[in-house]
Design a protein around this ligand. Structure first.
Ligand code: HAM
Length: 369
């Protein structure tokens, strides 16, 4: 199906590598991985991402119940709303002041597929819930910086403050006049898609959000993190307020957003819960795949069983006490086995044949490529 891809070989190894790095990063920062459902009520996204957002307006995959064609369930287009829904339903904030949640998995958006844009794609995300201080904004942005640097991926950071809903209401009015829009169009969505910003009015920032934003900027500058302030970065989802950010590719302009995030202090109220400030981000896994050009080490040891299969099994078991190992069964032609190992980037091969069994030890071949 168009926009749905299968990954194998090196691409699959890279995806696994990135996910394992993300799990490690999350653990290091005390973020616990949760598992969220793929299907939610459409209402959840209408209330949070907003009816006018592309995600809700034209990109939702609907799931029909048997015999009932009415709108009801959808495949999740993103993870933040589902995460907060879980926090509410399971009362996770009842005994906690702060929650650090991580997730990864497929999201679905019915958009036109192109390089870097798919209908099924995966996100790696953090939701840092119950925190309102700008230090928490800094923590998540810094974690993203560390993560991409660790993967040797180049990026540019854009940040902005989109203040509170009152400021945005005024800003919408200004933009509506500027673009001469009718009531059916959301001015912020028009701005989100704009390419030319000549004379476009900028949002006026209130004092509270200005102080918050200034605090974040100082922290970023102090830690040497380079960023640009993009006053027109409004993000495509409605639930954001105050700080928003995006990390962009230096290699590609089209579909160049590697990750996006921001504050969503009012989302919990939008779904009927108590006021709960929060900030988070999601990384597009397949977008990182397009940027990644590091060699992944294959630490698997293969054992050429040759003519002593029982011995090879025992050797494999012993090796697995300290690392990864598997026995190759097909073929007794050692040179073919070594060739195949080289093409799979395997560095070590243990030869375990009859001769080695008699001698009581395996022979090692170290391969280079
Ligand atoms: P988003 O900006 O809609 O934010 O998506 C985050 C990332 O997902 C994008 O930067 C991009 O890398 C990737 N992505 C989005 N759509 C596609 C697609 N069709 N194909 C491939 N990759 C895609 C969110 O989803 C928010 N939930 C982020 C967030 C978390 N905000 C707070 N917490």
């Amino acid at each position: 199906v168009k926009g749905f891809k299968a990954y194998s070989g090196n691409e699959a190894s890279v995806l696994n590598y990135i996910i394992s790095k993300f799990l490690k990063l999350s653990k290091l920062h005390g973020f616990k991985t949760v598992h969220l459902p793929l299907v939610e009520e459409v209402e959840l996204y209408l209330r949070t991402s907003g009816e006018a957002s592309d995600v809700c307006n034209k990109e939702l995959f609907e799931v029909h119940r048997y015999g009932d064609k009415s709108r009801g369930w959808v495949l999740r287009p993103e993870g933040t709303a589902g995460c907060m829904q879980m926090v509410k339903e399971q009362s996770l904030m009842q005994d906690n002041h702060e929650l650090r949640l991580a997730y990864h998995g497929p999201m679905f958006r019915y958009n036109r597929p192109q390089a870097g844009r798919y209908r099924q794609f995966s996100q790696l995300g953090w939701e840092y819930i119950g925190v309102s201080d700008y230090h928490s904004d800094f923590e998540v942005i810094k974690a993203c910086v560390d993560f991409l640097k660790d993967l040797n991926i180049d990026f540019e950071i854009e940040i902005n403050s989109i203040c509170d809903s009152n400021d945005r209401k005024n800003y919408r009015k200004e933009l509506k006049e500027f673009y001469n829009l009718d009531d059916s169009q959301d001015p912020l969505k028009v701005l989100d898609k704009a390419e030319n910003f000549d004379n476009v009015p900028k949002m006026k920032i209130n004092e509270k959000d200005r102080n918050h934003f200034e605090g974040l900027k100082v922290l970023l500058e102090k830690s040497g993190i380079k960023f640009t302030i993009n006053p027109f970065l409004v993000r495509g989802l409605d639930y954001y307020n105050s700080t928003v950010f995006e990390f962009k590719s230096k290699l590609r302009e089209s579909q160049g957003s590697l990750l996006g995030g921001g504050r969503y202090d009012y989302l919990m109220e939008q779904i009927g819960g108590k006021h709960t400030p929060a900030i988070g981000f999601s990384i597009g896994l397949e977008r990182l795949l397009l940027e990644f050009n590091q060699e992944i080490e294959n630490d698997l040891v293969v054992i050429a069983s040759l003519d002593a299969p029982d011995f090879a099994l025992k050797v494999a078991d012993d090796l697995r006490k300290e690392g990864t190992a598997c026995v190759i069964w097909k073929g007794t032609d050692l040179s073919k086995i070594l060739k195949k190992a080289v093409s799979s980037k395997i560095k070590r091969v243990a030869i375990a044949g009859e001769k080695e069994e008699k001698a009581g030890k395996v022979v090692w071949k170290e391969l280079s490529f």
